[in-house]
Design a protein around this ligand. Structure first.
Ligand code: PXP
Length: 243
C-alpha cells in the first residue's frame, strides 16, 4: 500500500550493531524486508565515505533484492556519484559529511555550496534518480534548492527533536512554514532525524510533507518490541496524525 505520507525506514543502525562484532548479524537487508512487511514505503541507507555502518555490499544486495524504493543517502563526492549512477536507486539524498558542508544547525549548506552541488544534482537528475537535499527548514536553503532545480528537500528535524516547550513549538512552525514554501515552489518536502513515537505526530500533521525518514529510534525500539512492532506503531501514529 502506498501512503500519502510515506515512511522511509533508515536501516543504518542495524549495520552499526552488526559491525560492532564484524560479522554478518544482524543483517540490515533482512531488516529492510521486515520493515517493508511492517508497512515501510521505502528504505533509506547512508553509504558513508568511511563505511562506518552500511557497506557497498549492503547496497548491492538492497538494489538486487528490495522491491520497495531505496533512498540512498550520500555525500556529494565523485566516489558516491559513481556508485549512485551504477545502481540507479529510486532516490538519492545529498547529506553533509564534513563540517564545511553543513550549516551551523547541521543541514547541508545548499546556499553556500551551490556551485559544488549543482554538478551532483544535475548528474543524478539526468540519470532519473530523484534528488533530495537534506537542509535546515530555512527559506535561504529552500531558495538554494529552487535555484539548483532539486525536486525534493528533506528538512532536518534534529533541532525540533531536541528542543522542548515553546522553543520546540517555534521550531515546529519553522518546519511547517518551510514545508509550505517548498510545496508552493513545486519542491516535494520530506523530513527526518531524531523522530520518535513521542515527537512524530506534530511533524506528520504538517500537510505538505510527503515522507518521513526514521531510523535510530525504530532500531532502538526494536530491541524491546521487535522491528515489526516498532515500524507498525510508527506507521499508525503517522496515519492518525495525518488524518
Ligand atoms: N534523514 C537523513 C537525511 C538522515 O541522515 C538520517 C540519519 O541521520 C535520518 C533521516 C534518520 O534519522 P534518525 O536515525 O535520527 O531517525
Amino acid at each position: 500500500m502506498s501512503h500519502a505520507l510515506r515512511l522511509g525506514v533508515n536501516i543504518d543502525h542495524v549495520a552499526t550493531i552488526r559491525n560492532a562484532r564484524g560479522g554478518d548479524h544482524p543483517d540490515p537487508v533482512r531488516a529492510a524486508f521486515a520493515a517493508a512487511e511492517a508497512g515501510a514505503d521505502g528504505i533509506t541507507a547512508h553509504l558513508r565515505e568511511d563505511r562506518r555502518h552500511i557497506t557497498d555490499a549492503d547496497i548491492d544486495r538492497l538494489m538486487a533484492r528490495l522491491d520497495i524504493p531505496l533512498n540512498l543517502e550520500m555525500a556529494a563526492t565523485e566516489e558516491m556519484l559513481e556508485i549512485a549512477l551504477r545502481h540507479r536507486p529510486h532516490a538519492a539524498c545529498l547529506v553533509p559529511e564534513k563540517r564545511e558542508e553543513r550549516t551551523t544547525e547541521g543541514g547541508l549548506d545548499a546556499a553556500g555550496q551551490h556551485n559544488h552541488l549543482a554538478y551532483y544534482v544535475d548528474k543524478l537528475g539526468a540519470a532519473n534518480i530523484r534528488v533530495s537535499l537534506f537542509v535546515e527548514p530555512d527559506p535561504a536553503q529552500i531558495e538554494a534548492a529552487i535555484r539548483l532545480g532539486a525536486p525534493v528537500v528533506e528538512f532536518h528535524t534534529g533541532r525540533y527533536a531536541h528542543l522542548e516547550g515553546e522553543a520546540r513549538a517555534v521550531e515546529l512552525r519553522r518546519l511547517a512554514d518551510a514545508a509550505a514554501l517548498a510545496a508552493k515552489n513545486g519542491i516535494e518536502p520530506h523530513a527526518g532525524h531524531g523522530l520518535s513515537f513521542d515527537n512524530v505526530q506534530a511533524v506528520a500533521a504538517i500537510p505538505q510533507l510527503r515522507e518521513l525518514n526514521i531510523g535510530h529510534f525504530l532500531v532502538g525500539e526494536a530491541i524491546f518490541t521487535g522491528l515489526d512492532a516498532s515500524v507498525r506503531r510508527m506507521r499508525e501514529l503517522m496515519d492518525e496524525a495525518w488524518g
